[in-house]
Design a protein around this ligand. Structure first.
Ligand code: SAM
Length: 279
């Protein structure tokens, strides 16, 4: 395969001109044009990996991923970009472009088509970052790692020592499924068109948590219920979501009856899940 580079300013500009294309804001299209950032991301995957790339765009990451990994399946919502990618990257025999909305994708049947380790790579469409990460993490049993570019402020939330107002169910649940590492910060100038925010790349290495939870869906529902009205105490939120729990049961697992959602750790939520599952 030739040493062609797509992820640079001149090539992305050329492709936009060639196909009379305007980046679609509603799909969060900001194309990566900095080869050193692309290299950092691609370095994270292994040669035996099948990579599922979410939102390949014009192929900045897709081509070097296909040059490195065993196989790449790229899921792109925009049919116009799918057609361009098929034309431009048709020579990559280990690459499949699928016109697919990741939020509607059936991941378990996708994973069933794949043998060997699976890595997910994405310069995420920012308007649905949390939804995509929640979907990937909660269905991550077959995934080895997720390498995800996101808005810098969103990335930093995964590394806060203490939960605060920016914390949400995704930040609570992420450590249950994965160990997160901040790979690099990426200045907004490295995208075309330039967004209004800087970015960062986070690597989520999927691993089992030291406490296994039988009912993971139930755990997530409880976390969501507790975060439903952040200004209210957890007890009120749980009761108004239909759970049966009292002050004493909270105290028994070392949760104050006046506690608010961000004062509870992941282990507190797991304890709550145990109490509520025995109800
Ligand atoms: N990977 C390319 C890059 O780094 O230059 C493009 C990244 S751009 C930030 C996000 C991409 O995700 C766009 O190509 C966009 O069309 C695509 N996208 C947006 N929503 C999507 C969805 N629900 N499912 C799949 N792809 C989506």
């Amino acid at each position: 395969m030739s040493e062609r580079v797509i992820g640079c300013r001149s090539e992305i500009s050329h492709l936009l001109d060639k196909y009379h294309l305007t980046a679609r804001k509603q799909y969060g299209q900001n194309f990566l044009v900095e080869p050193s950032v692309i290299n950092r991301i691609v370095e994270q995957v292994d040669e035996e990996d099948t990579v599922i790339e979410i939102g390949p765009g014009l192929g900045s990451l897709t081509l070097p991923l296909a040059q490195k990994a065993k196989r790449v399946i790229a899921l792109e919502i925009d049919p116009q970009l799918c057609a361009i990618l098929r034309e431009e990257l048709g020579e990559c025999g280990n690459l499949e472009i699928r016109n697919q909305d990741i939020l509607k994708a059936d991941l378990s049947s996708l994973f069933a088509e794949i043998s060997g380790p699976i890595s997910i790579v994405s310069n995420l469409p920012y308007y649905i970052t949390s939804e995509i990460l929640m979907k990937l993490l909660t269905e991550s049993s077959r995934i080895t790692r997720i390498v995800a570019m996101m808005q810098k402020e969103v990335a930093e939330r995964f590394f806060k020592k203490e939960a605060d107002k920016d914390y949400g169910p995704l930040q609570v649940i992420a450590p249950y499924y994965s160990q997160a590492q901040l790979l690099c910060r990426v200045n907004r100038r490295n995208f075309l068109p330039q967004p209004n925010v800087d970015s960062a790349v986070v690597v989520f290495t999927i691993r089992p948590y030291h406490r296994a939870v039988a009912n993971e869906a139930g755990l997530l529902e409880i976390i969501r219920a507790c975060y439903r009205q952040r200004r209210k105490i957890v007890l009120t939120n749980l009761l108004s979501s239909g759970y049966h729990i009292n002050k004493q049961q909270l105290n028994d697992i070392n949760i104050k009856e006046t506690a608010r959602c961000e004062q509870l750790s992941l282990d507190d939520y797991i304890n709550l899940n145990e109490v509520l599952s025995n109800d």
